[in-house]
Design a protein around this ligand. Structure first.
Ligand SMILES: [Zn+2]
Length: 299
């Protein structure tokens, strides 16, 4: 019996007591940890809220995530989508030439028929008899290509004089009108021509200066007409104004040309362009083909 008591005491001392002690220690540790962590947790959470609201107040989030901001806000949703709808309403399908296998525009009869609303910008004028005055003619002096049709005295069926009226070639809206214009002097013009000579093609900014004082009109289907080398533009016409066929928009001059730079009134002519997207009317055609196409559209 005594032996059994000793054995039980041994078990109690060496097995149960340490287990109970360890359990109690663990429990105490857990309780201490819970008390330690608990006050920290809400502090961290509050801190996060504080930081977030501070972040929102800076306005950064509105700039970085406009989509998130507009999703739940019907007013801004309306503002976001209104211009898109208006743009689509004002811009129906663009009139563009189809392209052949080599990527060149095809000037098909159906396209010509749709350009029927255009007419000559000069009363009674015909398409030039000179190939060098047609769209597509090479322009060696600026290492480029002529993108429009020239109306010069003696080649287009009517007299062309400095100050003669230029009319809108079709109904449309004024897209550009150079009320403010200053002519390049001869040396500045020489400089940009030298730049063009050294490049493979005439850059658009140089081409724009060489066209002188201009009016651009945007017509149905995005078709654009450009009137260049003008002497004057109509005082009473502004960007966005609607114009009808035959509306006086300016007068013939020689701005942007060598004579314009020299300050004389020699060689006045109208340079007239028709654009369908990135293609000028007749792009890629031979001179007889271009002449025929332009006659069909304007005459
Ligand atoms: Zn020209």
């Amino acid at each position: 019996m005594k032996h059994l008591n000793l054995m039980m005491k041994s078990i109690l001392d060496f097995v149960i007591k340490p287990v109970v002690a360890a359990s109690l220690s663990s429990l105490a540790l857990i309780i201490v940890l819970v008390f330690l962590i608990h006050p920290v947790y809400p502090l961290v959470a509050e801190n996060q809220v504080f930081k977030k609201s501070e972040f929102v107040l800076t306005g950064d989030i509105f700039e970085q995530e406009p989509a998130l901001q507009t999703l739940n806000d019907s007013a801004s949703l309306e503002l976001t989508y209104k211009p898109v709808a208006a743009y689509e309403a004002a811009e129906p399908t663009l009139l563009l030439p189809r392209l052949d296998k080599e990527g060149l525009p095809k000037w098909e009869q159906s396209l010509v028929d749709q350009l029927d609303f255009l007419t000559s910008p000069l009363l009674g004028a015909t398409i030039t008899t000179r190939d060098s005055q047609l769209p597509g003619a090479p322009r060696a002096y600026r290492n480029g290509t002529h993108q429009g049709l020239d109306y010069y005295d003696g080649f287009c069926g009517i007299r062309i004089r400095f100050g003669d009226p230029v009319y809108a070639a079709g109904d449309g809206v004024i897209y550009r009108i150079d009320h403010e214009y200053s002519e390049l002097d001869a040396s500045a013009r020489r400089e940009i021509l030298d730049t063009a000579q050294n490049l493979e093609d005439t850059p658009e900014d140089i081409l724009d200066k060489l066209r002188g004082r201009q009016v651009w009109i945007k017509h149905d289907y995005g078709v654009m007409t450009r009137y260049a080398h003008l002497y004057q533009v109509a005082d009473n016409v502004e960007i966005g104004d609607p114009v009808k066929t035959g509306y006086l928009i300016g007068t013939i001059g020689n701005s942007g040309t060598g004579d314009g730079a020299r300050g004389n009134r020699l060689n006045p002519h109208l340079h007239f362009e028709i654009w369908l997207g990135e293609y000028y009317l007749g792009q890629g055609l031979t001179p007889p083909e271009v002449r025929h196409l332009w006659q069909e559209v304007l005459d």
